[in-house]
Design a protein around this ligand. Structure first.
Ligand SMILES: C[S@@+](CC[C@H](N)C(=O)[O-])C[C@H]1O[C@@H](n2cnc3c(N)ncnc32)[C@H](O)[C@@H]1O
Length: 205
């Protein structure tokens, strides 16, 4: 891995651990709430194994998951569109992408996920376009997000959803989401215990 990327990942892991152990004072809305390192490694491997070029992420935060993914995708000259509503996090994410020397392959869409997804969903270019999607934003709108994303995913495209098992407060709703995915004959899906619990879903013909 390039040194510039490793340095930023290390810094963000340190910050995330400090926040989780409450050793730093950060307002609720500015907490990173990042995926775990193990999840980052798994996403990176999935992207490499599938030669993913076009990725969509819902929930950039300060860019930790985006950087794990961009590290793999940049080797395929691929691109990531990532959505975030918090201006302070967007600023920090941009600084992190610059520092990791990954800015060229990452485009941040600033605003509410539902509005941005609705806008992307109407564009012909994005029908069946994304080989990989990471869903990691608010949980209340997760089914709507998925329904908007579904037509934009390619056949054999992968959708990973974080927080299926942890924090426990989301578990019941996330179980309902997983059951919702299982009703769709165009999907195969499994809940993996990696990290905070990752739903790994593929779109089939
Ligand atoms: C769990 S964090 C994302 C963590 C990030 N994927 C990582 O691993 O580094 C969720 C992010 O989604 C953003 N978010 C929550 N609701 C949103 C919405 N409705 N539209 C856009 N972003 C939203 C939050 O501001 C937060 O930064």
């Amino acid at each position: 891995m390039k040194e510039s990327i490793q340095i930023v990942l290390n810094e963000l892991e340190t910050q995330s651990n400090l926040e989780k152990s409450r050793k730093v004072d950060v307002t609720a809305e500015d907490r990173m709430l990042a995926i775990t390192k193990e999840t980052g490694e798994m996403l990176n491997m999935i992207l490499r194994l599938n030669n993913v070029k076009n990725m969509l992420e819902i929930g950039t935060s300060t860019g930790y998951s985006t950087i794990w993914c961009a590290e793999a995708i940049s080797e395929n000259l691929g691109e990531i569109i990532t959505i975030e509503q918090n201006p302070n996090k967007i600023k920090r994410a941009k600084e992190n992408f610059e520092k990791a020397k990954l800015s060229d392959g990452i485009s941040i869409k600033e605003g509410l996920a539902i509005e941005i997804l609705s806008e992307l969903n109407t564009q012909k270019k994005y029908q069946g376009f994304f080989d990989f999607v990471l869903i990691d934003a608010d949980k209340e709108n997760i089914v709507q997000y998925f329904d908007l994303i579904f037509p934009m995913v390619s056949i054999n495209g992968i959708i990973v959803t974080d927080n299926m098992l942890y924090p426990e407060k989301y578990r019941e709703d996330m179980k309902k989401f997983s059951n919702y995915l299982k009703t769709n004959p165009r999907l195969r899906t499994v809940t993996s215990p990696i990290g905070n619990g990752e739903e790994i879903t593929i779109k089939i013909k």
